[in-house]
Design a protein around this ligand. Structure first.
Ligand SMILES: Nc1ncnc2c1ncn2[C@@H]1O[C@H](COP(=O)(O)OP(=O)(O)O)[C@@H](O)[C@H]1O
Ligand SMILES: [Mg+2]
Length: 368
């Protein structure tokens, strides 16, 4: 009998999106076809320690509003960076190192910095192990809301107006920074350049709220992006890389509507309250649907993405589609937008997980 494909599911991590990554991992562990895949769950603690995790989806769910986290099992997992090796090694205090055997592919289910941003992709490139999703450059460029917008606009795509407050710029000259932002009009959205899950983001109605918003964003990233508010419907679209050299494909788009007291799609609206309504697929006419899909693939290609991405747009009342952002590792529980959009397009969750692994296995490492 041929050996099963061995998948290391890597989750948790050092970013603010640690818990969300755990939730995603729980769903992927539950969905992986064990007839075909051997699974090694590897958790990264909030401190950045790699540990062997229990293969138990239930422990990774949100239970009674409590967010899951990777617990330090004491069994440290080492990834040899020698590209001639493919084996993971476990170190436990007081024991000899044990080999977990060869790994064929890594599924890095990490959101945000130290995961979705090219860092783990770089580590896996060094180790010569194939992995799901975008490579180093596309991951890093897509993570940074400033760099992402520059690449998209140079590809002819519309992005919202924004300014960057570089590290320390606010403190060096508050008046100059305020003047720079004021050119955008009000309200503005103040964001860490490399964040996610709306963490550190504020909507600011006028100049007096700016300082507090900058202070909220800075701990997540000293580079702060300030954007003009874009009025429009929030439309998202999933993109999957094509198998065997085929072009990337777009899912049916979906719409998110924030209800019940949330000013925008903030963290609580995303994960905790019943504050969002999702239309999957979105109620759009055929022409707009096709336009969203075309632009989503265009954004995926402009940033050099591979595997998967979710492209988020604002659909303005005049019909313009403004790209808000592109996520190279979008929320990935069965209740998340990306899997739901693909389910509506005809690819269910287990099939989606399988497709992503097949895409990764069909690709070598290097020049990424
Ligand atoms: N420029 C903007 N105009 C209008 N709404 C915005 C703008 N930027 C962000 N938002 C709102 O904030 C949410 C989170 O912002 P986003 O840039 O997508 O951050 P994240 O990467 O954390 O998801 C969006 O889904 C949207 O509801
Ligand atoms: Mg977003």
């Amino acid at each position: 009998m041929p050996r099963k494909t061995r998948v290391a599911v890597v989750f948790g991590g050092r970013s603010s999106e640690h818990a969300i990554s755990c939730v995603t991992a729980g769903s992927v562990l539950a969905a992986l076809d064990r007839e075909r895949y051997d699974v090694i769950p590897v958790g990264i603690t909030r401190e950045g320690r790699w540990v062997l995790a229990p293969d138990d989806p239930a422990r990774l769910a949100i239970t009674a509003g409590v967010l899951p986290a990777v617990e330090d099992s004491g069994a440290e997992v080492l990834l040899p960076t020698d590209p001639g090796r493919r084996d993971l090694v476990v170190l436990e205090p007081g024991s000899m190192p044990t080999a977990l055997g060869d790994v064929d592919v890594v599924f890095p289910l990490l959101h945000g910095p130290y995961g979705e941003d090219g860092t783990i992709q770089g580590l896996l490139e060094l180790a010569g192990i194939p992995y799901v999703g975008s490579g180093v450059l596309a991951s890093a460029a897509s993570m940074d809301k400033d760099v992402m917008k520059r690449l998209l606009s140079s590809a002819g795509m519309e992005v919202g107006e924004y300014v960057v407050l570089g590290p320390g710029e606010w403190d060096r000259d508050v008046a100059a920074a305020t003047a720079k932002v004021s050119g955008l009009g009000w309200p503005v959205f103040v964001k860490p350049a490399r964040g996610g899950s709306s963490i550190g983001i504020s909507k600011v109605p006028g100049p007096e709220g700016l300082e507090k918003a900058v202070r909220e964003a800075e701990p997540w990233d000293p580079k702060v992006v300030v954007e003009a508010a874009v009025a429009g419907r929030e439309i998202e679209c999933g993109v999957l890389g094509g198998l065997d050299g085929a072009a990337a494909e777009a899912s049916l788009p979906a719409e998110i509507r924030v209800v019940g007291g949330h000013d925008f799609y903030d963290f609580d609206a995303k994960y905790l309250d019943d504050a969002t309504e999702m239309d999957v697929p979105a109620g759009l006419d055929a022409e707009t649907t096709a336009r969203v899909q075309r632009l989503a693939v265009q954004a995926f290609e402009a940033l050099g993405c591979e595997g998967l991405a979710r492209v988020d747009f604002f659909l303005c009342p005049d019909g313009r589609l403004v790209v808000n952002e592109l996520n190279t590792m979008p929320g990935f529980t069965p209740a998340s937008m990306f899997p739901r959009m693909w389910a509506a397009t005809g690819l269910d969750y287990p099939a989606l997980v399988d497709r992503l692994l097949q895409l990764a296995l069909g690709r070598s490492t290097g020049l990424r």
